[in-house]
Every structure is written in structure tokens, then in C-alpha cells.
Design a protein around this ligand. Structure first.
Ligand code: SAM
Ligand code: SF4
Length: 347
């Protein structure tokens, strides 16, 4: 046990399968799992076009991922989000999702969801619903075919649109996440909001974060959401609403569309004080904060022993090191604050 910080609300002698409370008294109830670092898109803000991916031997097997997730669920995780890379391109990922869905049936888990680029929803939407998934976040930054290809490099908008249709048909609630990109989708945002709300989707805007080396300069992409909001307020009536999804978004309702608009603002507003989550990569590395380098290797603990208590203890040791918050800066020519890509830790 790391004794550098006081463990508030947790007894040092408590069994390793007790709840996860970090040094700042935040209960960890939300786990995001990147099931693969691979993707069928190459979004300009996320990846370089010639990304080098992890060798397959470094990945946890689906069985190992399931074991690890189940330990986290026993330790109080109520919400589990699968992400990536693109989670739905991992071979046999539905096997993992179906098994994780069983924790919903027992009530141990309250929500199983995923963040996806939507390209594979046409194939999987129905099975996702059958596995207990009820909501998905679909990342979509533009409705313009040409821009879509410019942003995603390898993606096809029509395929994502088909995926969205399939999700709707299957009964999945959809939230559209769009990264606000200067000059790229900056002036399309009102149109996207109206489209999303017209389809019955929530819509959330995200600020670009300095994660990993990419081919472009991030100051060319960064658009502060405070500015976007000011502009939207000239056109729409935004009211603060207490809606919460367990994530960091702040929500507003728009009177004119009747829909919900979320803002995720890691750059202009530090939301760390209410952080309830940790992130697990497909290699079993646990990141206690998206914006910090410190991490714990759970793969070692997982493979050393069949005893889940051993892994649970490694998790407790990691949670005891969860930092207070992140410290992102985007400056011209500045190196990324964090060297790993979003596709490694997951969004
Ligand atoms: N492939 C899936 C997708 O695109 O939804 C899941 C993984 S992706 C890394 C998760 C989210 O992170 C996406 O909404 C994406 O737009 C966002 N993202 C990627 N790189 C980012 C960055 N540098 N800053 C802000 N958001 C980023
Ligand atoms: Fe792939 Fe998602 Fe990154 Fe785009 S944002 S490259 S879809 S992981």
C-alpha cells in the first residue's frame, strides 16, 4: 500500500475487495476500458496516419479483460464503458460484451456502454441491445461527406449513418460526441445540433486535448468551447439542467430544439474535483488520470496469480496514487502534455 497519501474513508486492513476510495475521498465507480488500440479510422486529432499499433502478444485476452472487469465490478464499479481505438473492431468483442452484460442481470453493474465511431453499428447494434447495452456514444464531427473523409481519413459517412439507423432500430439511445475543431466544423455546430436533436440524440461537444503526437499542430485545431457557447447563446436559449450521465459533461437544454447539449471542457474548465473514473488499457495498464503519465501494471498481477485478491490489492495500490487532477496546456510548438494517444487510453 502506498502510504504517501492518507487513504480517506478506507481502512488499511479492509479486504482488497472493498470499495475504491482515492486519496481525495472520491469513490471510483466508473471504469473505462480500451479493448484495442486499433481503429478503422485515422482521425486527424487522434492518430497519425501511419500509427504503429501494439503487437498482439501484448494485449490482454478477452478472458483476461473479462476477469479484470469483473474484479473492478466487485470493487464497486457501477458503470463500465468500452472504448478504444475502435472497440467494435476487436475480434470477438461481442463475446466479452455478452459476458459483461451478465453483471447487469445480477444488478452488480448498473450500466454497460461503449464509445464508438459508429462504423460497425450496422453489424452489432442488435446484439449490443440483447447484451444489455442501452446507450452508445457515437463520435461524429461533421455531417459533410467531404469533411468527414478529411477528418477521419479512412472513414465513410454513409456507413456511420447506417450504423446510427441500426442503433435506433435496435432501441439504443444515442449520444453524438463531436470534437470542436477550429475552421473545420466550427460553423457547422448549430446544424449538427439541430440534426441530432431532430433524430432524438443528445449532442455533446468536446475540446481537443493534447494527447499523443499527431501530424498537425494542435493550436490550429483548438477551439475553446466557451467561445462556441457564447455564439450558440446568440442563436438559442440555453438553460442549465442537472442532467448527469456519470461522465464529465455539463448539460444544457435548448428551448428551440427541445434537446440536450453537453460540453466537455477539459481545457477551459477543470472538472477533476468530481472525478469518479479510472481507465484501463488493452494491455492491462491502469491510468488513474487521463491527463497524467502515472500508471499501474495490472497485467503482471493478473498473470502472476489466479487469486483475484492479489489483483484487487494491486488495484487498491494504484487507486491510492490517483492524482488530484490534470494540467493540460496547448501552446504553439508545445509538446503534448501526455505522450500517449487517446486511442490507447480511450476517450
Ligand atoms: N473510436 C471510438 C470513437 O471514435 O468514438 C472510441 C475511441 S475515441 C479515442 C474516443 C473519443 O475521443 C472520440 O469521441 C474522439 O473524438 C475523442 N478524441 C480522440 N482524440 C482526441 C483529442 N486529442 N482530444 C479530444 N478528444 C479526442
Ligand atoms: Fe479511431 Fe476514435 Fe481515434 Fe477516430 S477518434 S481515430 S475513430 S479511435
Amino acid at each position: 500500500m502506498n502510504t504517501q497519501f492518507p487513504i480517506v474513508g478506507s481502512d488499511e486492513k479492509s479486504p482488497a475487495n472493498g470499495p475504491m476510495i482515492d486519496p481525495f475521498a472520491r469513490a471510483i465507480t466508473y471504469l473505462r476500458v480500451s479493448v484495442t488500440d486499433r481503429c478503422d479510422f485515422r482521425c486527424v486529432y487522434c492518430m497519425a496516419e501511419d500509427m504503429t499499433f501494439l503487437p498482439k502478444r501484448d494485449l490482454l485476452t478477452l478472458e483476461e479483460l473479462e476477469r479484470l472487469c469483473s474484479i473492478f465490478i466487485r470493487k464497486g464499479v457501477k458503470k463500465l464503458r468500452l472504448t478504444g481505438g475502435e472497440p467494435l473492431v476487436r475480434r470477438n468483442v461481442m463475446h466479452l460484451i455478452r459476458n459483461l452484460g451478465k453483471h447487469l442481470e445480477t444488478g452488480a453493474l448498473e450500466e454497460l456502454t461503449l464509445t464508438t465511431n459508429g462504423s460497425q453499428l450496422g453489424r452489432f447494434a442488435e446484439e449490443l441491445y440483447e447484451s444489455g447495452v442501452r446507450r452508445v456514444n457515437v463520435s461524429l464531427d461533421t455531417l459533410d461527406d467531404k469533411k468527414f473523409t478529411e477528418i477521419t481519413r479512412w472513414g465513410r459517412l454513409a456507413q456511420v449513418m447506417k450504423g446510427l439507423e441500426a442503433a435506433q432500430k435496435a432501441g439504443l439511445a444515442v449520444k453524438i460526441n463531436a470534437v470542436a475543431l477550429k475552421d473545420v466544423n466550427e460553423f457547422e455546430i448549430p446544424q449538427m445540433i439541430e440534426w441530432a436533436h431532430g433524430e432524438g440524440y443528445d449532442f455533446t461537444l468536446i475540446e481537443t486535448m493534447p494527447l499523443g503526437e499527431i501530424d498537425a499542430d494542435r493550436t490550429d485545431q483548438y477551439l475553446p468551447l466557451s467561445l462556441v457557447r457564447q455564439r450558440l447563446e446568440q442563436q438559442y436559449t440555453l438553460s442549465d439542467i442537472p442532467y448527469k450521465t456519470g461522465g464529465p459533461a455539463r448539460y444544457y437544454s435548448i428551448a428551440e430544439t427541445g434537446g440536450r447539449l453537453g460540453f466537455i471542457t477539459p481545457m477551459t474548465h477543470n472538472f477533476c474535483e468530481s472525478c469518479n473514473r479510472v481507465r484501463l488499457t488493452c494491455t492491462g495498464t491502469l491510468f488513474m488520470c487521463l491527463g497524467q503519465e502515472d500508471a499501474a501494471d495490472l497485467r503482471g498481477a493478473l498473470r502472476e496469480s489466479e487469486d483475484d485478491q492479489h489483483v484487487a490489492q494491486a488495484i487498491d495500490d494504484a487507486i491510492a496514487r490517483k492524482p488530484k487532477g490534470h494540467d493540460f496546456v496547448i501552446g504553439r510548438n508545445s509538446a503534448p502534455s501526455v505522450s500517449r494517444h487517446m486511442s490507447m487510453t480511450g476517450g
